[in-house]
Design a protein around this ligand. Structure first.
Ligand code: ATP
Ligand code: MG
Length: 256
């Protein structure tokens, strides 16, 4: 059975996609079979995995609306050695069109169950909103990975996300838990980063991952080559941190 995780934070630009793509590639390097699910109409995870979102015949949009299935729509990331259920801007329409459908929160869950035996991990890259798409991600998952920048405003949005996760846990998906908070784009020279990081550890304890992802330009450059940072420059500090995070995830799921 695959373990399914959402990478979610309703704040924009906090490193969700970078985390989803590099964790997928890091886990693949550790020998895990991975499906990366792009649940964002921006299609950044798709592009970052080296798949051209403008050339898709079928995508997650058709899968969610029942016009196709995961086996037909998935692609392989040659640069990352994992599979991808790709997305493009068509997906924005699904938000509205799903409202009419039965079981609308569980359409992704149902679609993914068809390929469950083929993967060890499925990673869902969520859009920056607590929308129907994100709700589908949360209903499909066993856990949530929350990437956070260690800055003052980072903590503000966190309670909305935590409350949403609690509601989904109570009403729709009793399996759902917060797996952990991942500190990303970390700059150890900034006192504020250190302070917020310490606050997170104090408040959330072992829910804060030990791995810390530094701010690293190689991670930001990699998507323009259609490559995960982990394969683009394996020796870079950012790549090394995501590999360490992959190993930590493999350990953590043993306890789930
Ligand atoms: P959105 O909410 O729009 O989906 P996101 O949360 O998925 O955004 P990313 O796209 O992963 O965030 O990252 C935002 C920007 O920050 C990107 O340009 C990305 O390349 C850059 N970035 C992410 N992580 C790092 C890092 N550790 N070091 C340097 N740049 C980073
Ligand atoms: Mg993103």
């Amino acid at each position: 059975m695959a373990k399914i995780f959402c990478v979610a934070n309703q704040k924009g630009g906090v490193g969700k996609t970078t985390t989803a793509v590099n964790l997928a590639a890091g886990l693949a390097q550790l020998g895990q079979r991975v499906l990366l699910v792009d649940l964002d109409p921006q299609g950044n995870a798709t592009m970052g995995a080296g798949i051209n979102k403008a050339e898709l015949n079928t995508s997650i949009y058709e899968v969610l609306l029942g016009m196709s299935d995961v086996k037909e729509a998935r692609k392989t990331s040659e640069t990352g050695k994992f599979d991808v259920l790709p997305a493009n801007r068509e997906l924005a329409g699904a938000e509205v069109e799903m409202v009419e459908l039965d079981n609308r929160e569980k359409r992704l869950k149902d679609a993914l169950s068809a390929v469950d035996a083929e993967y060890d991990f499925m990673l869902i890259d969520c859009p920056p909103a607590l929308s129907m798409l994100t709700l589908n991600g949360l209903c499909a998952a066993h856990g949530v990975i929350i990437p956070m920048q260690c800055e003052y405003y980072a903590l503000e949005g966190l309670s909305d996300l935590v409350n949403t996760i609690k509601k989904v846990h109570a009403n729709l998906n009793p399996d759902l838990k917060i797996i952990g908070l991942l500190r990303v784009m970390f700059d150890p020279r900034m006192t504020l980063s250190q302070q917020v990081s310490a606050q997170l550890e104090e408040h959330f304890g072992d829910k804060v991952f030990k791995a810390i992802i530094p701010r690293n330009v190689r991670l930001a450059e990699a998507p323009s080559y259609g490559m995960p940072g982990v394969t683009f420059d394996p020796a870079s500090k950012g790549a090394q941190a995501y590999i360490a995070f992959g190993a930590e995830m493999v350990e953590r799921i043993k306890a789930l």
